[in-house]
Design a protein around this ligand. Sequence first.
Ligand code: SF4
Length: 311
Amino acid sequence: MKKVPVGISSCLIGEKVRYDGGHRRDAYIADTLANYFDFRPFCPEIGIGLGAPRPTLQLAKVKGRIRCIQVKNRDVDVTDALCDYATELTPLQNGLCGYIFKSNSPSCGMERVKVYDNNQVRREGVGVYAQEIMRLYPLLPIEEEGRLGDSGLRENFIQRVYVFYRWQQMLETGLSVDALTHFHARHKLIIMSHADYHPLGRLAASACAENLSAVAAQYILLLMTRLKKIATRPQHVNVLQHIQGYLKKQLTMDETAELCEVIEAYRRAELPLVVPITLLKHHFRKTPDPYIEQSYYMSPYPQELNLLSLL
Ligand code: SF4
């Protein structure tokens, strides 16, 4: 499988671009995710010509507005330069299927960045460059390296990256009513594990030659929004039982009882998701079903990432 293009704060993959001339290499990103993601590094502070090492920046309230300024010389305001840099890079950023930002940075932080306001500090800011990227690319799956330490958030982000990648591939091969219908069918069970899939199903079914572009735009916006919600155990149980229904006639009573028990054990958090999924895959290898075979639910991303064993 081709590596998926994903933007990243340069310091997270070991580039010495930080204010102190160092980096913040993240081992999981650089050693594991790099095997699957084609990382495109961007350092906005270097990009606007600040160099490394450089004076530190912070977010601060200036005349009621949050600005990115130099700590030692508050007259140096790089807010507009960082925004312009995000826009200038559009040709390089187009085609990205996700973005991983460095947390807590006044340029790259995705959320909860410190904002200084007289003597008060509040964690309510968003890095200026990151905010501009999120504004320019509302569909793009975004995450911070710190939050990737949480197994649920990590799985959710990687799943969204692969869904968006497959969407981009579908657009490259040519958007059509059939392609959209097929895309929805293959992702329906994934959607089901996050939210009610009916609104997306109705949208996909409403596509025709005349409204295709508009429906596709609405579809992907709604899909990427719904997928941000972390799938819960009860939702996965619902999907697993739905899949089990496709084996109703194929399984013996003992096999059915075993599968039910494994799904219940997953519901009780005694087993990870990979266990019922492996058992289901085993049964579908013996008696394949075309609908389940084409669904991405049981193989949403490369198995080697081992994410399902954490859920
Ligand atoms: S956090 Fe962003 S601006 Fe700061 S060093 Fe890393 S890539 Fe550069």
